[in-house]
Design a protein around this ligand. Structure first.
Ligand code: GDP
Ligand code: ZN
Length: 363
């Protein structure tokens, strides 16, 4: 028998009444309609109860990696997920995939990770050190309900990083910062206090900062593919089928999902708005608020291109970058909603964090 407490199922999640024949579990993998869930009987396949699809108002109502769920357990076939326990923390992104699109009335956000304790924010010391990006990740982390910890990676590649440490400590008050190297193992010992039993950790950071290498170093095992391999086949990267929630030997759990890897894209998207404010302004002047700027009457963008106030090349450039950032047509609406949503969440979390300081003793 597996003790689900080892998977972080502590009292705070045990608020749901357990119906006859049901058991709790934690989602370790999310596929299109199939979920892998760890239970006291081991890992099982599970599907959602049919009525879920009718009731769900947003994709948020669907289980995510890390969710604690209540299952109608089936020994011989797929178990059925009947309920998601309230989340303590979560990361979401806009749902581009149309996952469950046929069922869900409005897809606002898709939760890509849930119920983590610490958010390790990775930035590499040797390349493209960007304090603003780190600060934005910290905001995202606080908003998620987790506790951010900044890790400056590849410390073996630089002689001196006191300035970077100082800068972050000065600007991100109350956030712990460590310089680490997966290669020389420098600084890894300091992370042990986060890497303890029942804790769940997620890793944020741009591609190439060393997330996989660090997870492997902390796990003492090659459980993640390192970038060299992925670079050969960048398409394969998002479809790797490795476990999305992993229990390491030291008892800590790590969540790493394809969706998490895209969280960093928010930066790019919001940054685009600054760089192309003229285009943003123009599109506000289109006759139709949902103008796609292709051939609608009254399109301010097409008009500006026609009279050369907007260079066609600049527009092309924008479209290309936009594509890379996976900008959606309703991006601004999404961002507005996201901000409002997070504001609410932040408020809720502030209350919770106050409680957390007293009870958890770590912070
Ligand atoms: P990810 O995309 O964030 O998961 O990054 P990876 O873990 O795949 O690492 C990207 C590259 O950085 C690989 O070539 C790693 O070997 C290298 N790398 C990762 N950590 C370190 C480190 O601590 N020191 C050095 N020198 N290189 C590292
Ligand atoms: Zn237009």
């Amino acid at each position: 028998m597996i003790d689900l407490r080892n998977y972080g199922y502590t009292e705070q999640y045990q608020t749901e009444e357990m119906p006859e024949g049901c058991i709790p579990g934690r989602v370790t993998e999310v596929h299109r309609e199939l979920f892998k869930v760890i239970t006291e009987f081991g890992e099982c396949n599970a599907r959602m109860k049919g009525s879920f699809y009718n009731k769900a108002d947003t994709a948020e109502d669907f289980p995510a990696v890390g969710d604690f769920v209540i299952l109608r357990y089936n020994e011989i076939g797929d178990s059925q997920i009947t309920k998601i326990c309230p989340r303590r923390s979560k990361f979401s992104r806009p749902d581009y995939s149309g996952h469950a699109a046929g069922y869900v009335k409005t897809i606002l956000e898709q939760v890509v990770a849930a119920n983590f304790d610490y958010v390790f924010i990775l930035a590499s010391l040797n390349y493209d050190f960007n304090i603003n990006r780190i600060l934005r990740y910290i905001t995202v982390a606080w908003e998620s309900g987790g506790t951010p910890v900044v890790l400056l990676t590849k410390a073996d590649l630089v002689e001196d990083y006191t300035e970077q440490l100082r800068l972050i400590r000065e600007q991100a008050i109350g956030v712990e910062v460590y310089a680490v190297s997966a290669k020389s193992k420098e600084g890894l010992k300091q992370l042990e206090r986060f890497m303890t039993s029942q804790n769940t950790v997620v890793f944020l950071g741009s591609s190439g900062v060393g997330k996989s290498t660090l997870v492997n170093a902390l796990a003492g095992d090659d459980i993640m593919e390192v970038n060299q391999i992925r670079q050969d086949d960048s398409k394969g990267r998002h479809t790797t089928t490795h476990r999305q929630l992993i229990l390491l030997n030291n008892g800590v759990m790590v969540i790493d999902t394809p969706g998490m890897r895209e969280l960093g894209m928010w930066d790019v998207e919001e940054g685009l708005g600054d760089t192309f404010s003229d285009i943003a302004e123009l599109s506000n002047q289109c006759r139709f608020s949902d103008c796609t700027h292709r051939n609608e009457p009254g399109c301010a963008i097409q008009a500006a291109i026609a009279d050369h106030t907007l260079e066609g090349s600049r527009w092309k450039n924008y479209l290309q970058l936009k594509g890379e950032a996976r900008f959606t047509e309703d991006k601004s609406a999404y961002l507005r909603e996201k901000r409002e949503f997070f504001k609410k969440l932040e408020k809720a979390n502030r209350t919770k964090q106050k409680v957390g300081v007293i009870s958890d003793g770590v912070r």
